[in-house]
Design a protein around this ligand. Structure first.
Ligand code: AHM
Ligand code: MG
Length: 333
């Protein structure tokens, strides 16, 4: 089989569809290279003295793991010098990170969750990096948080890496979804799946069921109906999977379908869910839509939401189209 590298894919995609200008290609290659470095650090585990907590908290009040901080630094350093970016933002940093003056400023803005699935780091379960790329608004001066607050439909690229039994990179630039596998001996990303598609129907769902007593009625109804199985209103049996790393759950769904949910619940009525809109829900929703699936917050299309702050949270329903539409319609009834 002829191997197509990430670079070759990006160059040919630009030639065919004019969708990946040189600066965006550089950006994607730099992010992919950083993911390679993170994958290497993750793979060392205890031998690299990278496990455990760092003794600090991020802006969301969550304990930071050593690898959270290391991954954040790897992505920042990799992306500062190339001249392709105006600013970055991350789950692990309260405010945005403008490109230092000593480097030229580019027209893109990069957001990331450097290491998603933090609770799985120390137990050797798949974790990953999620990223989202926006364009700087026309005429932007010194970048501010406000410049990042664009709806997900404005993303020009999005992707994630999974650090699991294999390290993979899943990418969209708005023209379908492709998967690259890291060849660990060669150190290169090789195209292994073209045009990933999520089937519209599924028998698999993912939700943290330990929160069920706090759910709002539409979510309870939807999950109860699935749990009722063959003799219930859905007249079929469903299976449940929950990895607690969004990257790994979404990767399963892109490969064989399913629905992933992280709803808002009644514990803290003011909190719109757990996951973050700008660097978790939006990039994943872009990928899912590009693969023929759907993504909402229960009420509206995820990618249409106008963000109001960098770290805002959002309820998430994404995956197989017919299931996402069903649970969204329950919220409207
Ligand atoms: P993180 O960004 O701090 O790792 O949190 C996000 C993760 C998601 O990957 C995952 O879907 C969810 O949190 C798991 O939540 P729970 O702890 O309720 O299982
Ligand atoms: Mg995360």
């Amino acid at each position: 089989m002829k191997r197509v590298s990430l670079t070759q894919y990006l160059v040919e995609e630009q030639r065919l569809n004019n969708s990946i200008p040189a600066e965006l290609r550089l950006l994607i290659e730099v992010v992919a290279r950083a993911c390679k470095t993170i994958s290497h650090a993750v793979g060392k585990g205890a031998l690299g003295e990278v496990l455990g907590t760092a003794g600090s908290e991020n802006v969301q009040g969550e304990v930071q793991k050593k690898l959270d901080i290391l991954s954040n630094e790897i992505l920042l350093e990799a992306n500062e010098w190339g001249g392709h970016l105006a600013a970055m933002a991350s789950e692990e940093m309260e405010s945005i990170h403008p490109i230092p003056n000593r480097y030229p400023m580019g027209e893109y803005m990069l957001l990331f969750d450097p290491l998603d699935g933090s609770s799985n780091i120390d137990v050797n379960v798949s974790i990953g990096t999620i990223f989202s790329v926006l364009k700087a608004p026309e005429g932007m001066g010194t970048p501010t948080e406000q410049d990042f607050l664009q709806p997900g439909s404005k993303q020009v690229a999005a992707g994630y890496a999974v650090y699991g039994p294999q390290t993979v990179l899943v990418l969209t630039t708005g023209n379908g979804v492709n998967c690259f596998t890291l060849d660990r001996e060669m150190g290169s990303w090789v195209l292994t799946q073209r045009g990933m598609q999520i089937p519209a129907d599924t028998k698999e769902f993912a939700i943290n069921a330990s929160n069920s007593r706090h759910w709002y009625p539409p979510v309870t109804r939807y999950v109860d109906e699935m749990l009722a199985g063959e003799t219930g209103p859905r007249a079929k049996n469903f299976n449940m999977r929950w990895i607690a790393s969004m990257v790994a759950d979404v990767h399963r769904i892109l490969n064989r379908g399913g629905i992933f949910m992280y709803p808002a619940d009644q514990r803290e009525p003011d909190k719109a869910g757990k996951l973050r809109l700008m660097y978790e829900a939006n990039p994943m929703s872009f990928l899912v839509e590009q693969a023929g699936g759907a993504a909402t917050n229960g009420k509206q299309r995820m990618l249409d939401i106008q963000p109001t702050s960098l770290h805002q949270r959002v309820a998430v329903f994404l995956g197989s189209k017919n299931e996402v539409e069903r649970v969204t319609s329950y919220h409207q009834e």
